[in-house]
Design a protein around this ligand. Sequence first.
Ligand code: DSN
Length: 426
Amino acid sequence: MSQTHRAPSYADMPLQQVDPLVHQLIGKELARQQHNIELIASENFTPVPVLQAMGSVLTNKYAEGYPCNRYYGGCEVVDEIESLAIQRAQDLFGAEHANVQPHSGSTANQAIYWAALEPGDHVLAMSLAHGGHLTHGHAINFSGRGYTFFHYGVSKETGLIDMDQVRARAIEHKPKIIVLGASAYPRTIDFSAFRAIADEVGAMLMADIAHIAGLVAAGAHPSPFPHCEWVTTTTHKTLAGPRGGTCFCRAVDGPRLDKAIFPGLQGGPLEHIIAGKAVCFLLASGDEFKAKQHLTVKNAKVLADRLLERGMRLVSGGTDNHLMLVDFSGTEMTGKRAQELLDRVGITANKNAVPYDERPPAVTSGIRLGTPAMTTRGFGPDEMREVADIIVDAITGDQTEATLDRLLTRSRALTGAFPLYRELWV
Ligand code: DSN
């Protein structure tokens, strides 16, 4: 047979040539990430090796099913990759069973409900308004529509989870599952106290550790694994991996969890993302990652302490983990305005309701600040103190253009000293 040559095709050309607009926009987003101080508590800077795995030809492969039990041919390589990701996830957390297929944290939570509950069953979880998550039973979410959720919250005086309320509501509503874990709770979660309440009422425990998974993996937060039947996480927050989810359970529950995810909820798994998870779990088992997680917590304390010294109020008076909530309630400042001011001075954060907030969700009385991303980037306590000062100067200063420009220059000096993704896209 004579040799054939394919005509030049877009399939072999670089993005820059085929779609300069999208290429340029990605470059613009890279520059935004490089120039700004990133304090969104759920974001991070994913290492280049993880990005490489995610941007690989694995995206081409259909692999419905599980390793060695697929509905497609040609799965021998992705079988190895997914098995590796599963084993590494289990080893990292000391879990009996992991499923690395959930596309997101939301799907991971959905999978546990699907595996462990019948529609309408009672569940007790933390209220979104007090730091919980939409998928923990909010009325407009699938969780709140499909199951009967009851909620606990934090004490108005201390900002800490009100364990007396958890127990009272558990006794009153007899949930099949008690959900713990939050998106905006700055304190350590006492898994054993929840276990005692769950045992008293005959409930299972489910921990959603999306925010604290990296801290847990590094021993910088207690682990839910000895206490909980079910654990879910995302892999892109403190874990700094690809955008996605993972579920864990005891070996005995593995088959029903796997069935809930496929064929219960999802079709083909995202094997390129699963490869990214495998790399992420490998990195998270190393000393460099562990040291960063402990530094993330230390940096959060330094940031919180300096904010307090400069007169800011924090929900619960501080932080034990990677995040804090600045509380503006009772003042003229709102979360929305603070977010805008911080954007203006090169700091990215998000407005966030504080417990018992009287302002609507689009305005709020707080901002949430987290240290994972900037710790990954290299910031330490000195930089965090300067970040706190820029924040307070932006929020309490005269807010003239000249002042805000000066604060922006201080932010840019900090990020300029810690280069990010130097070799990427340019
Ligand atoms: N959106 C995430 C966060 O910012 O915490 C939770 O899913």
